[in-house]
Design a protein around this ligand. Structure first.
Ligand code: SIN
Length: 306
């Protein structure tokens, strides 16, 4: 008899063996994680943000630990799309998990060019359009903080790619539901949220902000209640599926996001603390589904709204 997988789910036309995906930027191109567990266990591998040209990232301190999280100011360091395709895709294609490529640009045109370039690359299953990076001078969060800009980028990327489009939203806005509706109307197939919350740290001896750009993006357990609230709001606001993320560290956290309405959940900072966080959450979620008496975890999606 065929074994039923209680965690199997589908999202924007992709079949995922699990709702657990990597959160972009927290595991590079997944080579390091592959030393710890079979990446085939993942619902999808979401890679570090790619730009058209290579980027060296931000100077100075880039990571600051806080009592319940991490502030980053990486500045989208990446090898650029061509080197990503030639250097990283051969490894990623060998993994038994869909590959979702996170893309960023300084301008709308750069997003469009990236989408067009990645459209027919073997092994790329979907695009995650990053309109929420808080650590760059142009582009990034500037697109995600305004319904018109968010809509324009999504429309343009949609015109240049046949791939499923997931748009990654910033929590640094007053009305997340309005941004979510704008990208849905513009052709997004799914929404991922949240990216990091703006934060900062000050060196009390030098009396100066530690990060050269003053502010960075806070992730980790500290932001989980905010992320959960926004996933709950966005689930109510749109019809397309939601990938929830932000401080998920345990299977209980993942279960909360699914109950709030997430079809899949991203694990990020937790993997930096414990590279086996994903397999541990996977196991806990499987047992939880059984205890809840459901054949598939998807039956629990959005139940907190009832
Ligand atoms: C960074 O590279 O600075 C972080 C990326 C992001 O937050 O989207």
């Amino acid at each position: 008899m065929e074994k039923i997988n209680p965690l199997a789910t589908s999202l924007a036309g992709l079949s995922l063996s699990s709702p657990l995906v990597t959160a972009s930027g927290t595991c590079g191109y997944a080579r390091e994680l592959s030393q710890f567990f079979d990446l085939g266990m993942l619902g999808a591998i979401v890679v570090k943000g790619i730009t058209l040209a290579p980027r060296t990232g931000n100077p100075g301190t880039r990571l600051i630990e806080t009592p319940a999280g991490l502030i980053n100011s990486i500045g989208l360091e990446n090898p650029g799309v061509e080197k990503f395709i030639s250097g990283e895709m051969p490894f990623l294609r060998q993994q038994h998990a869909p590959v979702i490529v996170n893309i960023s640009g300084n301008t709308e045109e750069e997003y469009a060019a990236l989408a067009a370039r990645l459209d027919k690359v073997a092994g790329v299953s979907a695009l995650e359009v990053n309109i929420s990076c808080p650590n760059v001078k142009t582009g990034g969060m500037a697109f995600g903080a305004c319904t018109i800009a968010a809509s324009r980028v999504t429309t343009l990327v949609r015109q240049h790619s046949q791939l499923p489009l997931i748009v990654k939203l910033s929590p640094n806005v007053t009305d997340i539901a309005a941004i979510a509706r704008a990208v849905e109307d513009a052709g997004a197939d799914a929404i991922s949220l949240i990216n990091t919350l703006l934060g900062m740290a000050i060196d009390i001896e030098t009396r100066r902000p530690i990060l050269r750009g003053t502010f960075g993006g806070l992730s980790g357990p500290a932001i989980k209640p905010v992320a959960l609230r926004m996933v709950y709001q966005v689930f109510r606001a749109v019809k397309i599926p939601v990938i929830g993320m932000g401080g998920i560290s345990t299977w209980q956290d993942a279960a909360e996001f699914i109950l709030a309405g997430a079809t899949a959940v991203g694990i990020g900072t937790a993997s930096m603390v414990n590279p086996l966080a994903i397999p541990t959450i996977h196991q806990g979620l499987q047992a939880y589904a059984t205890r809840q008496g459901v054949r598939n975890i998807a039956e629990l999606r959005g139940m907190a709204h009832q």
